[in-house]
Design a protein around this ligand. Sequence first.
Ligand code: AMP
Ligand code: MG
Length: 411
Amino acid sequence: MRAPLKPLDDALAELLARAVPVLGVETVDSFDADGRVLRESATSPLQVPPADNSSMDGYAVRVADLAEGGPAIAAELPVSQRIPAGSPAQPLAAGTAARIFTGAPVPAGADAIVMQEDCEPLEGGERVRINAIPAPGQWIRRAGEDITLGAQVLSAGTRLGPASLGLAASIGLARLTVSRRPRVALFSTGDELVMPGDVPPERMPPGAIYNSNRFFLRAMLRRLGCEVTDLGIVPDRRDATVEALRSASAAHDLILTSGGVSVGEEDHIKPAVETLGELHLWQIAMKPGKPFAYGRIGDAHFMGLPGNPVSSFVTFSLLVRPFLLALQGAADVAPRAMAVTAGFDWPRADRRREFLRVRWGADGRLERFGNQSSGVLTSAAWGDGVVDNPAGQTIARGDTVRFISFADLLS
Ligand code: AMP
Ligand code: MG
C-alpha cells in the first residue's frame, strides 16, 4: 500500500519548525533594505511630526479674533509674520494673522489655519481678509500625531517594504539591522533541458525543451533577498546529482533543485539526498506539486521541487517562500487567503488539495484558466493568483472560494 501523502499544512508546519536557527544579522544602509527582514525593533527617539504644523497654505489665526465680529462677517487682520516650511515661528500677536505654508510650524497662540482659498490678501500682503471662520484646530497637524515619543514604530520580524523604510527614516534611522541574505544554491535537473540563448528555437534537438524553471526560481529567490549560486543544469545521473548536492551543501543555507524528484528511474534526487543526508518530507497532498521533497545535507537545508513548471512555481510559493522568510526571522510568513466569489465551475473534485490558477474578472469574480495542467506555465503568467480548493471539493459559479494573490506570493 502506498504511504498517505502529507497534508500541506502539516508539511508547512514541519518546514517552519525546521527553519532554525534563524540566520545571523547585518546592518545595512536603509536604501538597500527593501525586502529584508528587520531583526531589531525600532523605537522613536522623537515625536513625528516634531511640532504642530500647518497642513495647508493659508493664514494662522486666533479663532477668538474672528469670532468676535460674529461668524457671518469677514474679518480683516494685519499680517504680522510669514512662516515658510523649515523656518521658526514667533508667537502670534493678538489681533493679527500669520502667513503660513504647508509643513511650517504653527505659531504659539494660533489655534487654526484658514486655507488661502478662503482669504484675500490686501495692501500687497500687509493685511488679509478672512472670509471663513475656522473651527478651532482646523488644518493643524498635531505634534506626535503620527508617532509619539518612545513608541515602537517597527517590530523585529517585519519584512521591510517601501512604507516601513520611509517610516524608519522618519524617526532618524539611516541603517537597519536585518537578517543576512540566505545563501541558496539552485540547480535544474533534466537531460532534456537546454538554455534559451544557447540554442535557437530552430535548432532545438528532438525531445529538448527550454529550461524555464531556472528563470522564475531565480527571480523568486531574488525577491526574497537570497544570494543565489546558480549551478545550472545537472545531468540525470546518480553520480552527477550526488556530486552537485555534496559540493553545494558546504557553503549554502539551502539547496534548491527542480525536477528529478519523482519515482522514475531517471529521478535521482531522492536517492542522492538519502546517500548524503536525510530526507524528512516527500510527497505532499497537493495539486500541482505532489513530488516536493525536504531534507538536510550536512548543515544545509535541501528542497526538491517537481520539474513541471507550474508544480515548481506553486510549491515554491507555498512552501519554499514561507521557509525562506522564517529562516530570516520574519514574523508573518503564511500567505493570506481571502474569500472571493467564483465566476467559474470546477465540477471534478480531486483527492488532493488543489491550487487553481485564476484571475479577476471585470465583475469582481474569479475566472479560471482553461488548462490547469501542471505543465502549462501560461496559466501562472495569465493568472492573478490561485484558488486554494480543499480536497474532494467541487466549485460552482457563485460559490465563495479561498483566493491567494500572486501579489502576496511573489513579493
Ligand atoms: P521531472 O520532475 O524531472 O520528472 O520533470 C517533469 C516534467 O517537467 C518533465 O516534462 C520535464 O521535461 C519538465 N521539466 C523539468 N525541469 C524543467 C525545467 N527546468 N524547465 C521546464 N520544464 C522542466
Ligand atoms: Mg526529469
